[in-house]
Design a protein around this ligand. Sequence first.
Ligand code: MG
Length: 374
Amino acid sequence: MTELAPYAVSKNNSRGRQVTEDAPQGRSEFQRDRDRIIHSGAFRRLEYKTQVFVNHEGDLFRTRLTHSIEVAQIARSIARRLHLNEDLAEAISLAHDLGHTPFGHAGQDALNACMKAYGGFEHNLQSLRVVDLLEERYAAFDGLNLCFETREGILKHCSADKAAKLGELGERFLNNRRPSLEAQVANLADEIAYNNHDVDDGLRSGLITLEQLEAVPLVAEQLSEVRHAYPNLPERRVVHETVRRIINTLVSDLIRQSVSNISSQALATLEDVRSAPALIAYSTEINEQQRALKNFLRIHLYRHYRVLRMSAKAQRIISDLFEIFIADSRLLPPQFQSLAEQDRARAVADYIAGMTDRYAIREHRRIFAVEEAV
Ligand code: MG
């Protein structure tokens, strides 16, 4: 690892873990966090959770797992170039989607609607709940006992009323302060990853076409360069060559602009980062262009009738499961029964949020199809 900037997160300025542990041997505290995340059950379940396309629609589409790995790759590249803590950026990236429901955003919206009368459901807060409480792997504590800075990075958004209940971790949402630069990097790496892999997956699925994408300046520019330089290139290679150039354009612009933002602030410490405005950012021009791409994907891919049909099915599955468990918590598997005694709705939400797509489909069948074994 290259030398860290003085305002990067390090073992010297870290606020540490909730439960004190011996220092790790032969690896840093943040490498230990990353390793714990990789060994968690929630991380393995990401393999069978939808990003945009439901897992059984095809083997090559991104899942939450491959998405998270791509986010980590992009975040590490940026963190390294900015002399930030690469291990922390990686740990945050790998953990950022651990609290996601099955069936992507349709699942999150459905569960949030079911939970409306019980405090709602928010995947960011759920990711934190997974690493703080729900993982049951260690003798000495619940959850993974991650460092403050990793948890801070996982909690990307939070409403004021929820933040007030989170103590130290919620403070920045109440006092209008920023998280570490590593957390800011992971946040934007998430966006770079999904905008680009959704272009790739969208094209592979046939739901969007290259011709349509020519209306998006960020894509059109790279696409025309590729076609000009390689006139006879087969379509799949044109797509990949274009997508990799878009990623490169976004990452290079982000690094350039962030270096300039950082130097304009004369940062000396991590606390300076927390009181400064958000410093990891694109230039105005590229920001506009990436927003246009996002907008394109929202209209043409995320609201495509075939995606919406799958979303409608997902919402049915989730609300059916929620209703039956909230009406009779004795139907929950035993490990959720004791949680249900304290807070039935939250236990049901924990159970459903933890499901993979195919587990949710099977569980729905087990409960509602009379001929199915229970
Ligand atoms: Mg994500």
